[in-house]
Design a protein around this ligand. Sequence first.
Ligand code: GTR
Length: 325
Amino acid sequence: MLHISKLTAATFAFGALLVGIANAETVLRSADTHPDGYPTVEAVKYLGELLKQRTNGRYSIEVYHSAQLGEEKDTIEQTQTGVIDLNRVSMGPFNGIVPETQVPSLPYMFRSVDQMRHVMDGPIGDQILKAFEAHDLVGLAFYDSGARSFYNTKKDITSIADLKGMKFRVIQSDVFVDMVKALGANATPMAYGEVYSALETGVIDGAENNWPSFESAKHYEVAKHYTTDEHQIVPEVLVMSKASWDKLAPEDQAIVRQAAKDSVVKMRELWDAQEKKSRDLVEKAGVKVSEIDKQPLIDAMKPVYDKYLSTPELKDLAARIQATK
Ligand code: GTR
């Protein structure tokens, strides 16, 4: 919904004559599950500033952080129907909606964060952004999310055998569920906001995420064992509701697109700094970090690749990603 939140009226009184000049300012509502100060939240605020400057104050953004508008799955639906204008979400929850997002979400699809950045900044990224349009969404930009790794409340995990039988919370996506199953563990798909108490009460043994999420969601307070298996480098995505997009003039759409791309540079600076800070903080708080031989985990992903690279198009997308330096 585009909210006309403020009507700025400059009124000039001259004798009995009143001249009113009304100038509408539109505030776009943007959702994020992360708390204020998190790199994604700050990047969208920065995008809001760019928009404000470039439209002479006609458009701005209000970021509803900390899941104020709901958990990711629900906010995606609300963005599709136009209740929420903008949404910054992991690619994971889009896996069941936009098939193209399954490919970058596959475990060990990217060799490094640098390669992910090259892929998402180029034609493959543009192709995936475009794929959102068939689903009432406009893909605007990809943000970073580092690498996701397993952590748990029980023990140090140093080999694939240690994962066997353990219960991990995953994002509500079949790709994530199948990944955990292929490793011999059990997957519990669950909303992000429920993970802390599920760890605390023993409903799950662990979860998986990057350093800034592990830290900011406070999961490290209850899960003291983190293994740097780095199974997924899943980009974040910033989408706009197609309904909100269609209300913008073509010139304004171009401004939004460009500003969203420009916010990526800022996001990456914030991200790189936050990753280091978060890792330091959790290690100082007593989290034991273990290393693991990744090759057996990579080998175990064969059935997952076979399942999700189910069409020639998706296979081709994967091959082009892997061929990118
Ligand atoms: C984070 C991601 C969030 C959310 C979360 C999760 O890394 O930034 O958007 O998807 O993971 O695990 O639910």
